[in-house]
Design a protein. Sequence first.
Length: 168
Amino acid sequence: MATRSSGIGRIVSAAKAKGAAVTDSISTRRSRHRRRAALAQQHRLHFELICKAMDDPALAAVLDTYETDIPLEKQRQFLFANALYINALYFHRIEALSKAELYGHLRIMCQNRVFREYWEATRHHRKSLPETSEEFLLGRMMDDLIQELADSDTDEWWVVGEPPSDPS
């Protein structure tokens, strides 16, 4: 009888462990889904706000935190450049782009003079980011990429720089 009880106990323990693992897996998926939904909502709101600022000079003035005077037309271009950059980051954050794929998109964006001007004009914005934050690290990756492109002596910009090997 003792053998039978311990056998049943092991089966019950295994079933409980399996049930806990399934519950954790479902909980993790739900948490990931909630995070993606929150990111999607945040992205939509950011884009709506940027669009309003691009359409209305009075609202664009609220976002004018540049260290030098930037003409209104250039501010609108910078807002659009910001929207493009944030869009690429969003796709990375929801895991639709690996870091290497994000790097490829950013390398294309860096080919545009206005985008590079935007990036330089907002350099001081990134100085307040914690050095361990993802946004700081991605900003540094972008700084390095822009520098490598500037230092490059080839017209084949698509081969400049080393994409991160980290698939995340």
